[in-house]
Design a binder for this molecule. Structure first.
Ligand code: SF4
Length: 282
């Protein structure tokens, strides 16, 4: 098959998937965060669901998701629509993330639990991965998510601690580590995963220190990717790392004993998530 025909087929799939998402009123982080891998993932019918609306209560400077002080009303039918969509598309590996909803009493944890349960009821064999916010380290909220038994719980630290005040002003590095630590302690069987971006001004020793911090709390999987500025109003890229540098960090992380490591310019925590999970289980 020549390349132009192949591209045409992929484009059709992308258009179809976009239409299906709009028709079902389902948000994805792929669209909202302007992910660089969108065409590739949509072409393979891979999406990361964005629940709790598409408006975030925090103001992370790397992220292009809409930010407003009055987020959307909680949509009680969202879990059911996502579960139907998963079935219709025949997804085997389902990644669910959300905007941060500091305005909700449980941070939206109940909606995570309901979505996991609805997907599992509709497609019992699906592997379910959640990419959760920090829920302000509210253990009751985290328990709600863990009780719904996701196979993987991911919480991204996003950057090195020194850059938090600029990159994620309302977040806290230690709090994020504690979220991951709590999840592992509470549910040993659940795979814990985290990721962070490179190219924001971090130094090598800081990258290694974050990897060490994650390993110390028994985080199983780590993902490192290049930061790309999604819109002009987001923070600029400080530096583009070479593939060799990503390879070097991959080796450092592997030597630390993570179960799986993904490191490369276009790596995102939900990119090739199914393949990474299979690698762990093989
Ligand atoms: S890498 Fe993740 S967020 Fe990006 S397009 Fe693929 S599934 Fe969506």
């Amino acid at each position: 098959m020549n390349t132009s025909v192949k591209n045409k087929i992929d484009l059709t799939k992308i258009v179809e998937l976009n239409a299906l998402l709009n028709k079902n009123r389902i948000h994805t982080v792929c669209v909202s965060a302007r992910c660089p891998n969108k065409s590739e993932c949509f072409g393979k019918k891979t999406v990361t669901f964005l629940i709790l609306g598409d408006v975030c209560t925090r103001h992370c400077r790397f992220c292009s998701v809409k930010k407003e002080s009055a987020p959307t009303r909680l949509d009680n039918e969202e879990p059911g629509r996502i579960a139907e969509f998963v079935k219709e598309l025949g997804l085997e590996h389902v990644v669910i993330t959300s905007v941060t909803r500091d305005d909700l009493a449980d941070g939206g944890a109940s909606q995570f639990a309901k979505t996991i349960q609805a997907v599992r009821a509709n497609v019992p064999t699906a592997i379910i991965e959640v990419l959760a916010p920090d829920f302000q380290l509210d253990q009751q909220a985290l328990n709600k998510v863990l009780t719904a038994r996701p196979d993987i719980i991911n919480h991204n630290v996003e950057t090195v601690p020194r850059l938090y005040s600029v990159v994620r002003p309302e977040a806290d590095y230690q709090r994020s580590l504690k979220v991951l630590e709590y999840c592992k302690q509470k549910s040993q069987k659940t795979i814990t995963k985290s990721g962070f971006m490179l190219g924001l001004g971090e130094e090598e020793k800081e990258v290694v220190a974050v990897l060490q911090d994650l390993r110390k709390i028994n985080c199983d999987v780590v993902v490192l990717g290049q930061y790309f500025q999604p819109t002009k109003s987001n923070m600029p890229v400080e530096r583009y790392l070479s593939r060799e540098e990503f390879k070097k960090y991959e080796k450092i992380a592997q030597d630390m004993g993570f179960l799986a490591v993904a490191s490369g310019p276009t790596m995102r925590s939900s990119y090739l998530a199914k393949e990474l999970y299979k690698k762990i289980k093989s």
